[in-house]
Design a binder for this molecule. Structure first.
Ligand code: SAM
Length: 472
């Protein structure tokens, strides 16, 4: 690999004695990682189910190494959303932001969703994830990945960070800022990035990184936590961004990240941060710093009460969500068209709490805690249930993915080895025999895990798998 000369000089200065070991590590192949979707399967369950071998990534509880030849993206379980393919170090930021069920979480630079899907999984269906990316085209990929992961309690926006900060002051409990960066930590995986470095060295990103971190502080509630991460080595893009932020915001403090023996501490005055180097552990280069905003009323023991208080009243008005609720014409389940209600009764999802929306012939469910803020550009609010045309309801791909195992009253369950499974994923019509159900709709599953919809028509199942998601 040809590394830019200037980059090598900087790395020599940064690493000192370790520089040679770093260079040597670049000759080793990069490790491949797979992260189990905790919303759908337990890590041990997946370990038993897959036909390829996996090895635990020791600093996460749901990440595994796999060999390239295993090709996990060519297995039906990938289409069932049971796992996400992610570089091992890139699993670290979402694993070290202490997200709890019920939290309001923002992923400010979320596309394509490697970390947002894990943050959503950690919420366990309770609370709210706002996944944002400034790029609308990248936000579409993010939406698909969140749908595939089966996360109902999220919204997706394509917004500039300052507009979000205006709409959501002191609103979130946890924020991830996975900032755009010069990507030095990824050179081994993608040699093109090394070439790009010369056109866009670390200085290129500093302004946007500081801006993102600053906006995140504005959106963090007192007592809340944010994690800033990059996949680059330069001190300017990492420690210096954070130290600058801490200097401007005495209400923010750096807190230690849950440890792992391979982690190196941050440089200089930021030992609480974590550095991941490829010569010290089996993953690419990363940086993460965890920060906490001081709590007006003091120590963490009052956190739960204050968090609850911040959920109601003034803060909500400040965030404008009351106004949004008034204009959005939310419906209760009873107010939904009969065709939708009848269909939802056949699912195992618990729709108690939350509200429903009908917009342009589409029905959505916004679980309790999912807020919309006026004036923001939403690509998605909550779970798209399906569309209503001529009083008929057609369920969405997202609804299928959000259901639990065999979570519908009418299932066609195929095994991962059955050739019909791949035929279904390719969009082909498949035979259906002796499979009666309370409606013509069938939830097609692989070993119990939902893949998508089909509609019974005599002895065949019409394929309703989302065309954009097909197996190629
Ligand atoms: N967190 C993502 C994941 O795990 O899949 C990767 C994020 S990538 C490192 C950085 C992202 O920041 C890009 O998708 C880019 O479009 C986005 N971005 C760049 N400038 C931004 C800005 N000013 N506001 C929000 N997002 C921005």
């Amino acid at each position: 690999m040809k590394l830019p000369e200037k980059y090598c000089e900087r790395m020599k200065r940064l690493l000192g004695d370790e520089y040679e070991a770093y260079l040597k590590s670049l000759e080793e192949p990069a490790a491949c990682g797979l992260r189990v979707n905790r919303r759908k399967a337990a890590p041990d369950e997946l370990l038993q189910a897959v036909p390829f071998s996996l090895e635990r990534i020791p600093w996460t509880d749901n990440g595994f190494y796999y060999e390239d030849a295993a090709a996990p993206a060519r297995h039906p379980y990938y289409y069932a959303g049971l796992y996400y393919l992610q570089e091992p170090s890139a699993m670290t930021p979402a694993s070290r932001l202490p997200v709890q069920p019920g939290d309001r979480v923002l992923d400010l630079c979320a596309a394509p969703g490697g970390k947002a899907t894990e943050l959503g999984g950690r919420l366990g269906g309770k609370g709210f994830l706002l996944a944002n990316d400034i790029s609308a085209s990248r936000a579409k990929a993010l939406l698909k990945n969140l749908e595939m992961a089966g996360i109902p309690n999220c919204c997706v926006t394509a917004e500039r960070p300052e507009r979000l900060a205006e709409a959501c002051p002191e609103y979130f409990d946890k924020i991830l800022v996975d900032a755009p960066c010069s990507g030095e930590g990824m050179f081994r995986r993608d040699a093109k990035m090394a070439a790009r470095w010369e056109e866009a060295p670390p200085e290129t990103y500093l302004e946007v990184q500081r801006h993102l971190a600053e906006c995140a502080v504005r959106m963090l509630r007192p007592g809340g936590m944010m994690l800033y991460s990059t996949c680059t080595f330069s001190r300017e893009e990492n420690e210096e961004v954070i130290l600058g932020l801490l200097a401007d915001h005495p209400e923010m403090e750096a807190v230690p990240v849950a440890p792992f023996s391979g982690f190196a501490p941050g440089f200089g005055d930021l030992p609480e941060a974590v550095r991941i180097f490829p010569h010290r552990m089996r993953g690419e280069g990363h940086f993460l710093a965890l920060l906490r905003k001081a709590d007006a009323a003091g120590g963490p023991e009052n956190m739960a009460a204050r968090k609850e208080a911040s959920r109601v009243g003034d803060r909500r008005k400040a965030a404008g969500t009351d106004d949004a609720r008034r204009t959005e014409k939310a419906l209760s389940k009873e107010q939904l068209p009969e065709a939708v209600r009848d269909f939802l009764k056949l699912t195992t999802l618990d729709f108690s709490g939350g509200r429903f929306l009908l917009e342009r012939e589409q029905a959505y469910w916004l679980p309790e805690g999912v807020d919309r803020h006026p004036g923001l550009r939403y690509l998605r609010s909550g779970l798209l249930l399906g569309s209503i045309r001529k009083e008929r309801f057609e369920p969405s791909q997202a609804l299928a993915m959000a259901l639990g195992r065999e979570g519908f009253g009418g299932v066609l369950n195929l095994s991962a080895e059955d050739p019909l499974t791949v035929k279904y994923l390719k969009g082909e019509t498949i035979p259906l025999s002796g499979n009666a159900g309370p409606s013509p709709w069938r939830l097609v599953c692989v070993d119990g895990w939902p893949l998508g919809w089909g509609k019974a028509s005599g002895a065949a199942l019409k394929n309703k798998y989302s065309p954009g998601w097909r197996w190629m």
